[in-house]
Structure formats: structure tokens, C-alpha cells
Design a protein around this ligand. Structure first.
Ligand code: ZN
Ligand code: ZN
Length: 762
């Protein structure tokens, strides 16, 4: 019996070779019909013997091209049309665009082979790509994803490329960025002033300059990198100096996996991440000794490494003598990454000796993503190129919400249908350029997703740029969301949890409704509301933000709180080395409470312990002291924990740190190592949260725990606490798809705003 079925598919089904895949499958099964892209995804009709149509429907979702992802598939019966062939029709533009744009994808193996094959017509062509690889998100102006709506619009295809593009049997069928030497973008090498160098081989020339120690700005997929030979200490130090970046580690791009395994310890899971289509920067343990310059990532155990992901990167390594290149964002300190050729020359004066540019415009900035593997899962630290705009899939359909994120490591989030779309990493909203990027990212996501938000969610901190932006929008409902509530809701959302959970939210800074700086919180929370069940006892942050940059201030504040003026007599190196005059001034503002907010921050507690242990008194980048304190754990050998006490307060508990500081001081007095202190401190945190969660289970009858906040990027704490809670019978949820830190905040804000009681679900 002949049947005809109409099939509508949504998901990542455009620009990923989906239609040729369906075309081939239908022809293989002898089916007739048609397929076309729609604004919602892909629509098709297949006709033929009932058994073949059934086979088609069974195989369709199972044998997808590598980058395709189906989120919904609807089938309906149609009457037979008696078609004789299977056809691909032009795109249909619907009223509502809902098809998901693919993220940018690393060069595939087929294209790499052609790139290095002297017989191929694209031999050494820096913009080779196909439907399985190449730029996507960063070149899209609008959807549906078709060439005229990308920055490839200005490159008409030559006849040879056009033939590939039109041939459903070809790997480049409807590959929108398809191009070749005859018709596509070109590379040029410019000097520091932006003057074009006369050279037939700009790439080879750039590689030679890199090999001789120059800093070269290289235009990539989502922006410019500043590149330098990672084994050349002088080049790396010059780059640090020019970029005014003191201690923050640089990522390095390594020639190939074999070279990478000489610098870092790589297991199978990490290998999969390094070679995956997203091609993120992966944090891996350094091997010692190493040819990589110490200045690349000073004083930490890990190295951020990634493999070449554009044809241009592969060609640079093929032409150069170097094994690894520092590849850091092309920007000055914390500004957004530069994307335009002239903008790069103007904004990076004195930073680069040369500029390796090309004429394919980057329409969307996207930094490299940064991940780590722990507990057999990927952990996002900076979610950007390669992952954005893949949505987080939600349990229910919220109204369209725009959540504007926090102040640092900002991302924004838009919800539509059962999808939450997080933007690329926007960064710290501390300067005009990043403010502009923030507004651009919102405008672009709203446009390509065709979302008109009904609600804006924002952080309660009155001074955050994102908060002020949200409050300045008129004629739209706005919902303020507490910072740590947003963290827990973010963890719940990505783990598809409903109902109430115990949320442990640990980080550096978040605005508390009592006006204090929160950051070491245990919440009983669902999406709509939360109750603060426990927190670290408050301590003063002497000098406010200055205390974040100078951990010694937190150490003094804790010592003064627990020992009073007697702390001067403590027989420990930290006190002996204090500048008495500065410390006395500090104590004056602490006693008067001037510019010294109260905080329950876990990040500041890490700072105090790191300073006392002699690890770091001043930081040059966010969370540096905490990262180094965690690194020190490797040299510790004591498995006991410092005592932390629980004191009841109303319905909840305060975590009193006094007994811990007393024990820590006696450890220091008898000359304990930083490793010993680090280990006992981490154990103390694990013990106290296991105890607290046990008490809350008894009180509230909850057995599900969410761990969120930047402090959980600490692997020892996250893995140690997860394991202990799981052993005690708790169901523990952690972050994987979105960052545990403030990069994941916008997702939680969106969920809270959507579920506020006064807001009904549509
Ligand atoms: Zn390819
Ligand atoms: Zn061509």
C-alpha cells in the first residue's frame, strides 16, 4: 500500500547537511516527496510503500549528520500525490522563525584532507568548509540561515562552487560559506600601522614572523587573537607587558594532539573535548618540565590548551616552526575582543607587530570557550564559540523573558518555546566597549530568534550596569532576582528539576536583600522563591572592593573578628610581616564600619585562608588566591578537617569560622605547610555542608541538592562535596552545560522571573 506522510522537524536542522541527508535516505529507500527549510525548521513529505515510509521514519532521527539535532518531530497523514521523485525545494519563510542556528564548527577531517592535498582545487585555501564544518553563528545576520543573510553575501560563488552548492549529492550542498581561491575571501598581512605588506604568501610570512618572536594579531572565527610563540619566554613576556596582563594565564593553541600530550596530562574524556567540533580551550594539568614558557600560566597547575580549529590555524602551523602559540583574545585587558580589521588596528596599537587579516566579516563576536573535565562531565567555565547558540532545553514553556545577567563574566539569556538561549560570553561590564557589546548581543539574539520579551529579569545589585540597563527599559515588566537564587535556579534548569531543592550557592559577591554582600549561602529554593537557611557568619570587608584585590585585608579582618586586638601577639609569619601602620588604618575603618561592608562570601574566606597560608596577599585576576590555594592541596597530606561550628539563628544556621581560625593559627604556629592548610580547609567546607544538608533534610524533608556559584569551579570542593552527599543518599545536581559562575546567572534569572507566582504560564 502506498502512503504519504507530512513531517515537520525542529532543532538544529539548517546549515548542517540535513536536507541532503534526507534526500539520500529517501532515494535509498525509493521514496518520492519533497523537503524544504522553513522558519521553524524543516518540512518534508515522503511517499511510497508503507513499509519503506516506516523504515524512513525509524532511521531519520537515528542516522543524523554529526551537527544536526532534532528537538521535535511531528508526523501527519496526507493523501498520495503520486510523485515520482524526491525534490529539495527553496526555503519557505514562515511568519515565525524558530529554526536554531548552528554554532561555529571546527574544520572537519574531510576538509582538512583537501586543505593539505596539492591535487585539490582548495589546496591551502584558508576558508575551506563544508556542511559539516565552518563558521555559522559568527557570520549570521538573520535567519533562515542562507548565504544572502550572512557575511558571505558579498562573495558570489564561481561556477565550480555553485555546482557543489546545488548538488544534493555533494558535501557542500547548501554549505552557505562555500568558497574557493577563485571566488572567496582572501588573507592579507598588515604591519603594525595597518599597511598591507607586499607578499604573495601572507600566511607563510606571518608564520615566519611568529617563529622569530613577533606578536601577530590573527583574525579568527569570533574575533582577533594575539599570537606569540608559547615556547619563547621573551615573546610571551612582551605580550604580557603590552596587554597589561600581569598574572592571568594565557591559553595556548598546540600544533596537534601528540605535541599537546608532551605538555599536559590528557585522558580519553579530555581527548574527546579537544577534538570535538566545538574545539574549546580545555584546562589540563601541566607536565613538568615543559618547553612552554613559565610566563604562559604562572603559579598554577593547569594549562589552557586547544587545537587548531580554522583552516587558517592549520596553515599557520603547517608553515611555522613552532609547536604551540599563545592565542589570547585580541583586546586590551578586559575589553571585548576586536572583530573588524580597521577596529583591530585602531584598538590594538602597540599590541601587535603584524595583523593577519581577511575580508570575511565577523558579524558576531565570540571568544573561545573554556571548559574543564571533572567527574566524567564537561564543566563550562566560559561558554561561547562552538556552544552558542545551542539552547538549554526546558521542562515547560515560559513566557518570553530577557535576563540580563550580572556584572562580571556577563551573558544574557532569552527564552522562547521550551528553549533558553544564552548569549556568548560578553565579559565584565566595566567599560564602554563592553556596554556596547552587551546591547548588541541582546539586539542580535532578539532578531535572529525573533523574540519580543515580555519580561526583563535583572540582578538586585543597584550598581550593576545590567541592572541599570534593565531599569531604564520602559513599557515592559521587570523582575529583580537575588543573585544566589538565580545561581540555584540555573542549576535546577539545566538539570530539569522541578519543586524544592536545597541549594548551596558559594561565590565571591552577590547582593543580599539585607544590603550585605552574600556569597556563602544555603537556600531552600524553587524557581519562584527562596528561603535563606544558612550562611557564613558576617565579617567586614575592609575597603570594600579593595578587599577583593588584596586578600591580606580579609585575613586581618577575620583575625581581628576572632582574636580582637590580641591578634597582634599571634606567633605566625603573616602577623609579623604586616605593615603595622597600614594595618592599623585598616582596623580603624573596620571598627567604624566605614567602607567595610559585611559579607558572608565564601570567596573572601578562601582569600583570607590563602593569605594566612602565605600563598598570596594581592591578586592580579579574579579568584587567583582561591585557585592557587586549591592548587596547593596537591602537596598536603592530612585528611582531617578544620572545625566549623553551626549556630542556630532563627529557623536556620550561621556557620561560625572562629574554631577554624583558631586551629589554623596553631597549625601555622607550628610551621604547617600551605598544602596541609589547604587540605584541612577544603575538608572543613565539605564537612560543614554535609552536616548542614543533613539538618535541612530532617527539617524540610528534601533530598535533592544543587551546587552552584563560581566557587564550585574548584574541582576539589565540587567533587569532594558531591561524593560525600551522594554517599549520604542525596541526589546531587551540578553544572555542566552552563557555567557554575556568573556566566550561568542569566539562565537562572530567566527561570525565576518566568515562575514568579504573579506570572502565569502560557
Ligand atoms: Zn568540512
Ligand atoms: Zn569558488
Amino acid at each position: 500500500m502506498e502512503v504519504r506522510k507530512g513531517i515537520e522537524v525542529a532543532g538544529i536542522v539548517q546549515g548542517v547537511g540535513f536536507r541532503p541527508y534526507v534526500y539520500r535516505l529517501a532515494r535509498e529507500l525509493g521514496l518520492a516527496g519533497l523537503i524544504s527549510n522553513t522558519a521553524a525548521g524543516v518540512a518534508m513529505e515522503v511517499e511510497g510503500p508503507a513499509a519503506s515510509v516506516e523504515t524512513f521514519l525509524r532511521r531519520l532521527p537515528r542516522e543524523l549528520p554529526p551537527l544536526a539535532r532534532i528537538t521535535s518531530l511531528a508526523v501527519r497523514d496526507l493523501s498520495c500525490d503520486h510523485d515520482t521523485e524526491f525534490r529539495i525545494l527553496p526555503s519557505r519563510l514562515g511568519a515565525e522563525a524558530r529554526a536554531l542556528i548552528s554554532p561555529d564548527v571546527a574544520l572537519c577531517d574531510d576538509c582538512l584532507r583537501e586543505l593539505l592535498d596539492p591535487a585539490d582545487r582548495r589546496y591551502r585555501y584558508p576558508f575551506i568548509n563544508c556542511t559539516n564544518c565552518g563558521p555559522r553563528f559568527t557570520i549570521v545576520r538573520e535567519i533562515p540561515y542562507d548565504r544572502p543573510r550572512t557575511s558571505m553575501a558579498v562573495f558570489p560563488m564561481c561556477p565550480a562552487c555553485q555546482r557543489e552548492y546545488d548538488d544534493p549529492g555533494n558535501r557542500r550542498f547548501h554549505a552557505q560559506p562555500n568558497a574557493c581561491w577563485d571566488c572567496g575571501p582572501r588573507v592579507e598581512l598588515w604591519d603594525a600601522q595597518g599597511k598591507r605588506l607586499e607578499t604573495a604568501e601572507p600566511l607563510v610570512e606571518a608564520a615566519a614572523r611568529l617563529a622569530s618572536g613577533a606578536v601577530v594579531a590573527v583574525k579568527g572565527l569570533g574575533g582577533f587573537h594575539l599570537a606569540a610563540d608559547a615556547t619563547n619566554a621573551a615573546a610571551v613576556e612582551a605580550l604580557r607587558e603590552r596587554k597589561r596582563r600581569v598574572g592571568k594565564p594565557f591559553a595556548i593553541m598546540v600544533r596537534d594532539l601528540a605535541s599537546l600530550e608532551q605538555f599536559c596530562t590528557v585522558d580519553d574524556f579530555a581527548r574527546g573535548l579537544l577534538l570535538g567540533p566545538e574545539r574549546p580551550i580545555v584546562l589540563l594539568l601541566k607536565k613538568q618540565p615543559s618547553p612552554i614558557a613559565e610566563a604562559v600560566a604562572p603559579d598554577i597547575r593547569e594549562l589552557g590548551v586547544f587545537l587548531p580549529y580554522t583552516p587558517l590555524h592549520h596553515l599557520l602551523f603547517a608553515a611555522g616552526e613552532f609547536r604551540a602559540l599563545v592565542m589570547t583574545s585580541g583586546n586590551l585587558s578586559e575589553e571585548p575582543i576586536a572583530i573588524d580589521n580597521r577596529e583591530a588596528v585602531a584598538r590594538l596599537p602597540g599590541l601587535a607587530d603584524f595583523f593577519l587579516v581577511h575580508n570575511r566579516d565577523i558579524l558576531r563576536r565570540a571568544d573561545d570557550s573554556v571548559v574543564r573535565a571533572s567527574g566524567g562531565r564537561v564543566r563550562q567555565l566560559r561558554r561561547s564559540r562552538g556552544y552558542v547558540p545551542v539552547p538549554v532545553f526546558l521542562n515547560e514553556e515560559p513566557p518570553p523573558v530577557l535576563a540580563v545577567g550580572g556584572e562580571l563574566k556577563n551573558t544574557i539569556c532569552l527564552t522562547k518555546g521550551r528553549h533558553a538561549f544564552l548569549s556568548q560570553h560578553i565579559g565584565d561590564l566595566e567599560n564602554l566597549e563592553s556596554h556596547r557589546f552587551f546591547a548588541e548581543a541582546i539586539e542580535h539574539l532578539e532578531r535572529v530568534l525573533q523574540i519580543e520579551p515580555q519580561v526583563i529579569a535583572y540582578d538586585l545589585h543597584p550598581d550593576y550596569f545590567s541592572t541599570r540597563w534593565a531599569l531604564a527599559q520602559k513599557g515592559i515588566e521587570r523582575v529583580g532576582v537575588q543573585h544566589h537564587h538565580a545561581h540555584i535556579a540555573s542549576c535546577m534548569a539545566e538539570n530539569h528539576l522541578e519543586g524544592k531543592v536545597i541549594g548551596i550557592a558559594l561565590d565571591g559577591t552577590g547582593y543580599g536583600p539585607d544590603g550585605n554582600v552574600w556569597g556563602g549561602e544555603v537556600l531552600l529554593a524553587d524557581y519562584a522563591s527562596f528561603e535563606r537557611a544558612a550562611h557564613f557568619a558576617y565579617v567586614r570587608m575592609p575597603g570594600g572592593a579593595a578587599a577583593i584585590h588584596e586578600p591580606w585585608r580579609m585575613a586581618v579582618s577575620y583575625l581581628f573578628q576572632h582574636f580582637g586586638e590580641d591578634f597582634w601577639e599571634l606567633p605566625i609569619g603573616f602577623v609579623k610581616q604586616l605593615d603595622r601602620r597600614r594595618t592599623k588604618t585598616l582596623l580603624t575603618i573596620v571598627e567604624r564600619g566605614v567602607n567595610s561592608p559585611l559579607t558572608s562570601s565564601c570567596g573572601r574566606l578562601f582569600d583570607a585562608v590563602a593569605a594566612l597560608a602565605g600563598i598570596r596577599q594581592r591578586v592580579t585576576y579574579e579568584a587567583q588566591a582561591a585557585i592557587e590555594l586549591e592548587a596547593a592541596i596537591a602537596s598536603g597530606d592530612d585528611d582531617s578537617a578544620y572545625p566549623l561550628e553551626l549556630v542556630t539563628e532563627g529557623d536556620g544556621w550561621l556557620i561560625d569560622t572562629k574554631p577554624m581560625f583558631e586551629a589554623l593559627v596553631s597549625d601555622l604556629a607550628r610551621g604547617a605547610s600551605a598544602g596541609h592548610i589547604s587540605r584541612r580547609f577544603h575538608n572543613a567546607l565539605i564537612e560543614v555542608f554535609v552536616r548542614l544538608v543533613g539538618l535541612l533534610r530532617d527539617r524540610a524533608g528534601l533530598a535533592r541538592v544543587c551546587l552552584s556559584g563560581g566557587t564550585f569551579q574548584n574541582v576539589c570542593l565540587q567533587e569532594g562535596l558531591s561524593a560525600r552527599l551522594a554517599a549520604a543518599g542525596f541526589e546531587v545536581s551540578t553544572h555542566s552545560e552552563v557555567p557554575a559562575g556568573d556566566g550561568g546567572l542569566s539562565l537562572g534569572q530567566a527561570m525565576v522571573a518566568a515562575r514568579r507566582p504573579q506570572r502565569a504560564f502560557s
